[in-house]
Design a protein around this ligand. Structure first.
Ligand code: AHG
Ligand code: MN
Ligand code: MN
Length: 336
């Protein structure tokens, strides 16, 4: 039961028993993620300051350039999780291949793998616009104590045991699900604690917002073009409002709270879509469904897609139930 003033730490402990044979490993993993998120949040909030002090003539003590924030976020999440020895493998947008963690050692009984987009929307960093982190957690399918394999990572999204995101916005929030609804925690930066601020988040069934990079309009599939025209039509409760930040996490978060739809269709520059199935679409789709929304590639449920590659891309349509159903109607009418 969600309690007023409850911290994320308390919430994780209290809900640990939702997992029948839990050894506390998933809780420890979520604890590592919330810690890494605070470290990254601190760095994101300083973006730009290092350059300013540098310009004033100060020399960096280590004589190093400021690390790019997506590299910094990647290193922070990987190191925090690896140090705690709580998973057998990590896959990241920033790494060509997955990283195995002591998985060949028979003494290591770690049974989870994590897939992560350490910094989502990174083109927004330089201009003070919200960015995020996205993570997806599976139980490995190969036996513990044996080397972790590609098939441990290439699982259908429906197999996820947990997924979440952090949005580094006007305030910093961590939103996650373990398959029992979606809860959001806001960071109190003075105390460094996350407090349950958004218990049991639910998508409104209908919405008034559509989010898509309309610069690609001429290149979109016919069904998407027609759906966008439907969003813009002056009838019933339309036109909808167009809102596009360019950080999936932020666009999704707003739409989930207010009601809306996010679309990243295929185009000639992105023939299979732009967003990555394993560490962007799957975790967001899991959260969407847990919050009574939908996520599809225009024709089929994202969580049912059988992955074939770590960095595979898919078209993505996600949001309020009735809006996604409507977009699928248009896609199906113009199959291509
Ligand atoms: P990332 O920064 O992790 O590479 O992800 C960027 C993604 C996603 O966050 C965003 O919605 C989308 O790219 C924006 O793409 P466009 O600039 O093509 O609209
Ligand atoms: Mn991303
Ligand atoms: Mn990224």
């Amino acid at each position: 039961m969600a309690k007023k003033n409850q911290t994320l730490g308390e919430f994780i402990i209290e809900n640990q028993n939702d997992f029948p044979y839990s050894s506390g490993e998933l809780s420890r993993l979520l604890n590592a993620i919330r810690l890494a998120a605070k470290v990254v949040n601190h760095e994101v909030n300083k973006a730009g300051l290092v350059d300013i002090t540098g310009a004033a003539g100060d020399t960096n003590i280590q004589g190093e350039d400021q690390q790019k924030l997506d590299v910094y976020a990647n290193d922070t999440f990987i190191q925090t999780i690896t140090d705690r020895n709580i998973v057998c493998g990590i896959a990241s947008e920033e790494e060509d291949d997955f990283i195995a963690i002591n998985s060949q050692d028979a003494n290591h009984q770690n049974k989870y793998v994590v897939l992560i987009d350490p910094l989502d929307g990174s083109s927004n960093i330089d201009v003070n616009v919200s960015v995020g982190t996205i993570f997806s957690i599976f139980r490995r399918v190969t036996p513990v104590g044996t080397p972790v394999q590609p098939k441990d990572f290439l699982q259908r999204g429906a197999q996820q045991v947990a997924a979440g995101y952090i949005v580094y916005g006007t305030s910093t929030m961590l939103v996650y699900t373990t398959g029992k609804g979606v809860n959001g925690f806001t960071l109190n930066p003075a105390l460094g604690s996350w407090y349950l601020s958004h218990p049991n988040i639910q998508f409104p069934e209908d919405g008034q917002i559509y989010s898509v990079n309309e610069g690609n309009y001429l290149d979109f599939p016919e069904g998407i073009k027609k759906y966008i025209k439907y969003c813009q039509a002056v009838e019933d409760n339309r036109p909808y409002t167009s809102r596009y930040i360019g950080s999936l996490v932020s666009d999704f978060h707003r739409n989930m709270i207010k009601g809306g739809i996010y679309l990243y269709p295929k185009s000639s520059t992105n023939p299979t879509g732009k967003l990555r199935l394993l560490y962007e679409c799957n975790p967001i789709a899991f959260i969407a469904e847990q919050a009574n929304g939908l996520a599809s590639d225009g024709y089929r449920r994202i969580l049912e897609i059988e992955p074939t590659a770590l960095h595979q891309r898919v078209p993505f349509v996600c949001g309020s139930k009735n809006m996604v159903a409507k977009a699928e109607e248009f896609m199906n009418a113009f199959q291509e």
